[in-house]
Design a protein. Structure first.
Length: 530
């Protein structure tokens, strides 16, 4: 590893196990996977964590509805998430379940520490509880929404509880100062402004426990020294980011570099979690990146509409167009900024054809074909390297790196796509297929085809974290095997291709897709256990 090796710790939300994974879960985990792959390639010491959040009321309710015990249902769905992420090729280093002892014992220890320091105290709480979201909403929010959930529209419940409270109010100034002096802490800016607006209306202390009811099963994490209260599921869940790496070998990864989440859970991550960390004397994460929502063909995805893009649908797309094609669509067209993104089949095909089949796929095959034909499958000798191309490739690689460091993966990929467009324009302008007819133009032809091949090789390096299978294939066809010790920077530097290196044509990386073909349908399988 290079000397400037840095720790890179990326997390996803841990997902509720009341139901199966869908595209939203896959999407956030894919973003994390892409960042993790990039940082591994950069030579960083990467830790990528995902997992499941299991002690929620809605998990217990879903289990009861199916006549299963809480843990039976949690096991089924946690395995479904684990299996899905494996199938989709995500490279998480660990998968945490909040029902595991390694998590539970550490949550108790952290809560104990907060009780000892006086940051957690016992008091009374009366409020409006949103059971569908497992959270209390403020009186204002309840009133504005006619006492229905602002997210799902389901009726709110008035609850009075004796609770353990966390002194959130105590950390308001410290949090504001942190947000102010770390402009990249909450991203994108639109989300930061929302959070700031809400903090400025004042932070109240928050309940962090729930009374244990007479019929409750034995699940959750008890408040230390009080088995009549359990740790509120949200507090239990947030701690996963710390409990999983709170071991002698993994502690070096704290603080997390990036917590990837969607807008629904921003407040917990951008306000409550940092304040808990401040109370514990822990460093704060580098960034909370909150993306927006996938919707489907213009409509919100919901259980009642039954229109979730579920794993079988993702699998159908992967089977029809390849895993990388689906990754590319999600990564480039997904809801990275502050607006929702529509999953539309027509858009999938358009993006696939424009950037993959007619983009890097076509450029690579055109150039490999010409090298095969005019230079016997061997990389031609450019003589001197072309400063203009060197500069352009370096500029695109630098832009790519800057965007990916800001978690703007869609923008980073656009830099790679732009490099390929430049190759296309260059081929059209210089028309190497015409020069090939003139023996006196051999040197020029060699230079042009070298520049094309080398620019394509570098674009493939930039695409690699997003399109691992196809770009590994393309790079090996262009004599660029990735060996131990290679880093993103060395691989993306001009001059990697050497005269004489073999260039293999191979089959099309991305077959052109028929725009009129219907959307792939999931295979009919026996009803899942749900
Ligand atoms: O909130 N579009 O779990 P959850 C994009 N357990 N992303 C989506 C999405 C959509 N339509 N729907 C869901 C929880 N997601 C808690 C988190 S973390 C300490 C505890 C993704 O199963 C997105 O990442 O409801 C969102 O934040 C997450 O799934 C919510 O998953």
């Amino acid at each position: 590893m290079p000397n400037d090796t840095q720790s890179f710790y990326v997390t996803t939300p841990i997902y509720y196990v009341n139901d199966r994974p869908h595209i939203g879960h896959a999407y956030t985990t894919l973003l994390a996977d892409t960042l993790a792959r990039f940082h591994r390639l950069r030579g960083d010491d990467v830790f990528f964590l995902t997992g499941t959040d299991e002690h929620a009321d809605k998990v217990a309710t879903a289990a009861k509805e199916r006549g299963k015990s809480f843990i039976e249902w949690a096991d089924i769905n946690a395995n479904a998430f684990k299996g899905a992420f494996e199938e989709l090729g995500y490279t998480n280093d660990d998968f945490v379940r909040t029902t595991e002892d390694r998590h539970k014992t550490k949550v108790s220890a952290f809560i104990k520490k907060l009780m000892d320091s006086g940051d957690v105290y016992l008091g009374d709480y009366v409020g409006w509880y949103d059971t569908s979201q497992e959270e209390y909403v403020t009186e204002n929010v309840a009133r504005e929404n006619d006492y229905n959930s602002p997210v799902t529209g389901k009726p709110l419940e008035k609850r009075t509880e004796q609770n353990y409270f966390f002194k959130l109010s105590k950390y308001e100034d410290q949090l504001l100062a942190h947000i102010d002096s770390n402009p990249g802490f909450i991203r994108p800016d639109a989300r930061k402004n929302e959070v700031l607006g809400r903090i400025k209306t004042g932070l109240n202390d928050i309940p962090i426990s729930r009374a244990v009811g007479p019929d409750d099963d034995d699940w959750g994490i008890y408040i230390p020294g009080d088995d009549t209260h359990r740790v509120y599921v949200w507090i239990d869940a947030l701690f996963n980011y710390l409990t999983t790496i709170d071991t002698p070998n993994r502690r070096k990864h704290w603080p997390a570099s990036v917590h990837l989440i969607a807008k629904d859970i921003l407040w917990f991550h951008a306000v409550i979690w940092p304040c808990l960390l401040m109370a514990l004397g822990e460093d704060l994460p580098g960034c909370v990146y909150s993306h927006s929502y996938w919707i489907r063909e213009g409509r919100k995805m919901s259980k009642s509409l039954g229109n979730f893009i579920d794993l079988p649908t993702i699998r159908a797309y992967n089977d029809a167009y390849g895993n990388d094609a689906m990754r590319y669509y999600l990564l480039t067209q997904g809801p990275m900024g502050a607006t929702d993104a529509d999953f539309a089949h027509a858009k999938f095909i358009e993006t696939y054809n424009a950037d993959l089949a007619n983009g890097i796929g076509n450029a690579a095959s055109r150039v490999a074909n010409m090298i095969a034909k005019y230079f016997d499958d061997a990389c031609p000798d450019p003589g001197e390297h072309c400063p203009k191309w060197q500069e352009s490739a370096a500029k695109h690689a630098a832009e790519y790196t800057r965007h990916i460091n800001d978690c703007e993966i869609h923008r980073a990929l656009a830099s790679a796509t732009e490099l390929i467009r430049e190759v296309d324009r260059y081929i059209n302008e210089t028309a190497p297929f015409k020069l090939a007819k003139d023996e006196t133009k051999r040197t020029e032809l060699a230079q042009i085809l070298y520049n094309c091949a080398e620019a394509i090789r570098i674009a493939a390096v930039l695409y690699l974290p997003a399109l691992p299978a196809t770009m590994t294939d393309l790079l090996s066809r262009f004599s660029c095997e990735i060996n131990k010790g290679d880093t993103f920077d060395s691989l993306a530097t001009w001059g990697g291709l050497k005269p004489g290196d073999s260039i293999v044509k191979g089959d099309a990386l991305f077959m052109r897709a028929d725009a009129d073909a219907p959307a792939p349908e999931p295979a009919q399988t026996a009803a899942a256990d749900s």
